[in-house]
Design a protein around this ligand. Structure first.
Ligand SMILES: Cc1ncc(COP(=O)(O)O)c(C=O)c1O
Ligand SMILES: N[C@@H](CCCC[NH3+])C(=O)O
Length: 416
């Protein structure tokens, strides 16, 4: 069930009218639904069934403390890519022992911090990184648990900027070097080899590339066993897509069940999934208000108060996200609009060629904005970043206050 639905012609977030939230908290404004986040997380967790597993939500998709705390309460694990994300997980009440640390360039101080906090595992992306983690662990008189990110060289069939599992991508260790890298890891005295991972890309709309990647990893797991290297978990990364327009991604249940099925008979191999977008994207909207309706010779523009600095996906990937009216009924005529923001860039748009009926002052909502929305926001044009709200049934929580102008130069110094 969708928790952003019209009731009596008004868009609701769970049990609260979106317009009432916008009027109270101003726009642009991100609104998330707790029930949706929970439903999506359970869809993954339940579908894996009885096979030993852990859902490690990819924090980068939406790292707001409100979001992380909701998932932490469900017992979620977390996939992080920086010391900052680990600090957020801990602050939100997440368990460091359920954290996997991904990313191609972890700094020594980040490795140290993660070891101090007792994370579950480092997802290592290169041989030099193995040496670095071994060195930090040695300095701390500890052992670090590691997994190697293997690049399975499968085509995820997604946008080139977010495809990560091809040889040409910077991520992971090529399959041909995998055995040697595992042998190296095994020989380093301050490393404990526990896992294998991959992540082939984001916004995938088919199960098959995931299955292919998993099969390739399983072959490698068996090969390693012949060398006496035994892996206790397999982490297949994230990447399951969502419906923005007419994509038909598999349901998380179908995806997770397919993964679990391939693991049949391997009960000693824990399955880890790192979904980000599939949990957060459709749990959030970005609400914006129409400032002006501008009639051009060739185009009509709906100029709104949200911009590329608030939601960069349309500008960066030409991503399409649905834009809908918050109040369905209007006397304004329906026209084809480019929905654009106030930033001084031609690329500053939220949507192009949209059939909309809009008038000054109307509220619009951009759907699918819960993932890679606020987290990618910037202060470009010295715009304050939006507030974030979490709706929980009829309760409205401000999970991040709107930035104030004085926040804009926090940490800056003028010369006298
Ligand atoms: C290692 C890793 N895990 C998980 C994710 C989450 O991906 P998604 O939001 O597509 O599920 C990403 C981002 O693509 C990633 O790089
Ligand atoms: N930020 C991207 C996805 C990148 C995934 C991160 N590894 C998006 O908005 O679609």
């Amino acid at each position: 069930m969708d928790h952003f639905q019209y009731q009596g012609g008004k868009l609701f977030a769970e049990d609260v009218s979106v317009q009432s939230i916008a009027q109270e908290h101003g726009t642009p404004l991100y609104i998330y639904s707790r029930a949706t986040l929970e439903r999506h997380w359970h869809a993954f967790n339940d579908a894996v069934g009885t096979h030993p597993h852990l859902i490690c939500y990819a924090v980068k998709a939406n790292s707001n403390l409100g979001v992380l705390s909701v998932l932490a309460k469900l017992g979620s694990g977390f996939d992080i890519v920086s010391g900052g994300e680990l600090a957020r997980v801990i602050e939100a009440g997440g368990d460091p022992a359920k954290v996997v640390f991904s990313g191609v360039a972890k700094k020594p101080e980040e490795i140290r911090y993660a070891l101090e906090q007792g994370i579950m595992c480092f997802n290592v992306e290169s041989e030099p990184e193995l040496q670095r983690i071994n060195q930090v662990a040695q300095d701390m008189n500890q052992t670090a648990s590691i997994s190697l990110r293997i690049n399975p060289d499968v085509d995820a069939g997604t946008h080139p900027y977010i495809s990560t599992g091809l040889k040409a991508n910077k991520f992971g260790i090529p399959r041909e070097r995998a055995v040697a890298a595992y042998k190296l890891a095994h020989s380093l005295p301050h490393l404990n080899v526990v896992g294998m991972d991959c992540h082939i890309g984001s916004q995938l709309t088919q199960v098959q590339p995931f299955v292919d990647a998993l099969d390739r990893l399983l072959l490698l797991v068996d090969e390693l066993a012949e060398y006496g290297i035994h892996i206790s978990h397999l982490d297949v990364g994230g990447g399951l897509g969502v419906k923005y327009l007419n994509e038909r991604p598999p349901h998380p249940k179908e995806y997770a069940a397919a993964m679990a099925e391939r693991m049949t008979g391997r009960e000693n191999l824990k399955l880890i999934l790192e979904p980000g977008r599939a949990i957060a994207a459709n749990a959030g909207i970005l609400v914006t208000q129409v400032e002006f309706v501008k009639e051009g010779d060739e185009k009509h523009f709906a100029i709104v108060d949200a911009a590329m600095n608030d939601l960069i996906r349309p500008a960066l990937y030409a991503a399409w996200q649905d834009i809908i009216r918050v109040e369905q009924v209007t006397s304004a005529p329906t026209r084809t609009y480019d929905v654009v923001g106030p930033v001084c860039e031609t690329g500053d748009f939220l949507g192009k060629d949209r059939q909309l009926a809009v008038a000054e002052g109307d509220y619009l909502a951009v759907r699918g904005a819960g993932a890679y929305g606020f987290v990618m926001a910037s202060n470009y044009n010295s715009r304050c970043r939006p507030a974030e709200i979490m709706v929980d049934q009829q309760r409205v929580h401000v999970v991040r206050e709107r930035e104030k102008q004085k926040d804009l130069w926090k940490g800056e110094h003028k010369l006298t």
